[in-house]
Design a protein around this ligand. Structure first.
Ligand SMILES: [Zn+2]
Length: 403
């Protein structure tokens, strides 16, 4: 089985490489914004009734203009603008798909300097003894020293600047042994805010303590940022500190999630999770909540591809399935259960049980639908009430942390 994996490393560029990285990010941003402007003009003249251009056409047009109008683009690899236009194409396709399916996908926005600076490259990219060879930029030192960085063909790299550091995410095509289906137990997983995950067998995964501490600091910093004057030096300082803190926090979170999802996918035959209304949850303003929500989205994403890799089955219970309100002991269903009730007390059978454990135990009873869908199909509603099963083989590039 050929899979796409992504590995992330931090780069340690020297000064001239740094300016080249900035330059590439700048060219990518320019191409993206140029392409967007062109498309808006088209969109207006056609009343937005369809797609009238694509990344290829735009890239050809930009290449013609390069000689006369933007000669400075020659200083960078041609990949940067080309891939940026591809990203733009994807953003538009998402936007149009959202229109068709009634999902609210925003109209692509212009990129700003210094905000999510990034670019993607393809072509001859390879590791050489602790260095990453990039077209036009040269051999850039990689901060993590390892024996073999990965085995497989490098398809592309995305270089990104976060909190004033440079990172690469390398997409690699790897040959993975075809999974034999795992004969492990079935498990229900309830994700929470206080406890990261509660399993139906009683195992709990706490949130890393470092995360809690960081969240407090993050809160304090973001409050202090809001008090700083617009455009002041102090504001910039706090902003950078906040970005750094945020980056570290998200790494801790990501790492914990990888450990959890690997454990689940490797040693369980079937994993049942709840469907999450992610877009709705993301709107929640509370910071800790927002990060937890992002984690939930990431959790499912990781589980989806890891289950495929290791041969376990992922079942996603429908949003309407009342996993929290139902008693896992007798099946009695409560009408109301407030979020503050940490313990589930059943009026029918008298059981007292941790709220999350109760939900996880209910999830484990969600059965696999009789008509199993073959791999490669998208989400399909199944006969059993309230159950959606997903066995999608098509997905975003499989991102896994370098560990
Ligand atoms: Zn009961």
């Amino acid at each position: 089985m050929l899979v796409h994996k992504a590995y992330r490393y931090e780069l340690d560029p020297n000064n001239s490489q740094k300016s080249s990285l900035f330059q590439h990010a700048g060219v990518a941003r320019f191409a993206y914004n140029w392409g967007l402007e062109q498309r808006i003009m088209l969109f207006k003249s056609n009343q937005g009734t369809g797609q009238f251009t694509d990344a290829m056409k735009q890239h050809k047009k930009l290449n013609r203009l390069k000689k006369t109008c933007f000669p400075w683009m020659y200083e960078c690899s041609k990949c940067a603008p080309q891939e940026a236009l591809r990203n733009l194409d994807k953003a538009f396709r998402n936007f149009y798909r959202g229109r068709r399916t009634g999902k609210s996908v925003g109209f692509p926005k212009f990129k700003r300097r210094g905000v999510q600076d990034s670019f993607r490259m393809t072509g001859t990219i390879r590791f050489e003894g602790g260095y990453l060879q990039l077209p036009r930029i040269g051999k850039v030192r990689v901060k993590e020293k390892r024996e073999g960085y990965h085995n497989g063909r490098i398809l592309s790299v995305t270089v990104r600047r976060s909190a004033d550091r440079w990172f690469v995410s390398i997409t690699v095509e790897e040959e993975l042994a075809d999974p034999t289906s795992i004969q492990g137990p079935k498990v229900g997983v309830d994700l929470g805010i206080k406890t990261l995950a509660t399993l139906s067998d009683g195992t709990t995964f706490p949130n890393p303590r470092a995360l809690g501490r960081r969240l407090k600091k993050l809160k304090r910093l973001s409050r202090s940022l809001s008090r700083k004057k617009q455009g002041s030096k102090n504001r910039e300082k706090v902003k950078l500190r906040l970005a750094k803190m945020y980056l570290k926090t998200s790494y801790i979170r990501q790492d914990t999630l990888h450990k959890l999802t690997t454990y689940l996918a490797k040693s369980h035959g079937t994993i049942v999770i709840e469907d999450l209304h992610v877009s709705g949850m993301m709107k929640n303003r509370k910071l800790s909540r927002a990060i937890a929500d992002a984690g939930m989205y990431e959790f499912r994403r990781q589980l989806e591809y890891k289950c495929q890799w290791y041969g376990s089955q992922l079942v996603v219970a429908s949003r309407t399935y009342p996993s929290s309100k139902t008693c896992s002991n007798c099946g009695n269903r409560k009408k109301e259960l407030s979020l503050s009730e940490r313990e589930y007390v059943c009026e029918a059978c008298g059981i007292r049980i941790d709220r999350d454990l109760n939900a996880a135990r209910n999830l484990v009873t969600v059965s696999l639908p009789e008509t199993q869908t073959a791999c490669g199909e998208d989400v399909r509603r199944c006969d059993s009430p309230g159950i959606t099963m997903q066995t999608s083989a098509k997905q975003e590039p499989n991102i896994s942390h370098g560990s």
